[in-house]
Design a protein around this ligand. Structure first.
Ligand SMILES: [Fe+2]
Ligand SMILES: [Fe+2]
Length: 393
């Protein structure tokens, strides 16, 4: 797609071109008294004066709200780009072939330590994905005012539903006792503490707080940071890495494939959260006091401690191809990436990623279209179902 039309923009006021990413597949140009948008292969013509007026009213929070959820005129192009990236990564859990996983699960193919990792993965993520989805819906999306930000956030929520669905597919396929999974989530202290820590501030934010007050803007910013950078960005990664280490050893590859897709989604959720925090702070400099910045760093520090306790529960000692030390370092490494991403000081001395291979897995361009590669499996019995799976729904 040509970008030759972009240079015509300077005659517009600076806020009309704010956030334009030249690499995004969105073109904006002026044509007489109209602003013309080309996006998603379509063209939209907007009255220039009205477009200016609407853009001037757009804010991350406390901006113009409309019942129409009309994303045009776009102000936050980066959010729309992330939305398109999320959409391009779309996948369906229940077509992932679980046959090999079932065989391995019902034989001695896994050591007790490896089995435990899978059980912890199912126990933790079966509820954690729902916590994120619910928090993005009732805390983040609800408090955002610009339509394109809400739009991207709605896609985030939909992806959390896909992740929850993937857990149901695993539980149903492996015939894992759902009561035991639930009990594990409630009874294992490290899991409970991790989730209580993130959930603590959510009830108040779900009530609809006055976001014109600095104190409340900070609470909202902290929730954004907590969900997307601490929980999704730091507390999800070590266990994902353990399961993908098994996948690398050709163990539980159906689950591994689902976690690979999930992790790729999470990288977009983190990017969206980071963008929202950056924009919010830019528009509301009163939020970003030295005390508040320190509060966020301390929050991450606590999240890291809880996560390390959880990692020690998941992997009490080293096993084939997995060193506990490396997973603990990976927690520090991710925490620092998230802090630096929003302009906060880092916490640890871990500068190198202990799992470079994992980044390659996450950021690998999808070599083939998901649906094209899955057509055969859609038509055969790639998805293992049993009577218990119906009981879950
Ligand atoms: Fe998720
Ligand atoms: Fe997520």
């Amino acid at each position: 797609m040509s970008t030759a039309t972009l240079p015509t923009l300077p005659t517009l006021p600076p806020d009309l071109i704010e956030g334009i990413d030249p690499t995004a597949e969105t073109l904006v140009r002026e044509e007489g008294n109209h602003v013309v948008y080309t996006l998603g292969g379509k063209t939209f013509r907007l009255n220039k004066d009205k477009a200016r007026e609407r853009i001037a009213g757009k804010r991350v929070i406390n901006g113009h709200r409309s019942a129409e959820l009309n994303v045009l005129p776009l102000k936050y192009h980066e959010a729309y780009r992330i939305y398109k990236q999320m959409k391009a990564n779309h996948w369906e859990p229940d077509v992932i072939d679980m046959t090999k996983d079932c065989t391995q699960w019902n034989s001695n193919a896994l050591s007790p330590k490896e089995r435990w990792i899978i059980e912890m993965g199912v126990g933790y993520f079966s509820a954690a994905e729902g916590i994120v989805g619910d928090s993005v819906l009732h805390v983040i999306e609800d408090n955002l005012s610009a339509a394109e930000l809400k739009h991207a956030s709605l896609r985030h929520i939909a992806e959390e539903s896909i992740h929850m669905d993937s857990l149901l597919h695993i539980i149903g396929s492996l015939n894992i006792d759902l009561d035991e999974v639930t009990a594990r989530f409630q009874d294992i202290p490290s899991i409970r503490r991790k989730n209580d820590f993130i959930m603590r501030s959510m009830p108040e934010l779900k009530m609809g707080i006055d976001l014109t007050k600095t104190e409340n803007k900070q609470k909202f910013t902290k929730a954004l940071f907590g969900i997307t950078q601490v929980m999704e960005g730091t507390q999800f990664y070590a266990l994902f890495a353990m399961i993908l280490s098994l996948h690398r050893q050709n163990k539980m590859t159906g689950i591994g494939q689902m976690f690979q897709y999930t992790l790729r989604d999470e990288s977009n959720h983190i990017a969206l959260g980071r963008f929202l925090i950056q924009q919010l702070v830019q528009e509301n400099p009163d939020v970003w006091t030295p005390e508040f910045r320190q509060e966020l760093v301390d929050f991450m520090k606590q999240g890291v401690e809880l996560e390390k306790e959880f990692v020690r529960d998941c992997l009490p000692e080293d096993t084939v191809g997995m060193s506990q030390r490396e997973f603990l370092d990976y927690v520090d490494y991710n925490a620092d990436r998230r802090l630096a991403g929003v302009g906060l000081p880092t916490l640890s001395k871990v500068k190198d990623n202990p799992f470079l291979w994992l980044d390659e897995v996450i950021f690998l361009k999808k070599e083939k279209n998901f649906f094209e590669t899955r057509v055969t499996e859609y038509q055969t019995s790639g998805s293992v179902t049993n009577s218990n799976e119906d009981d879950l729904i």
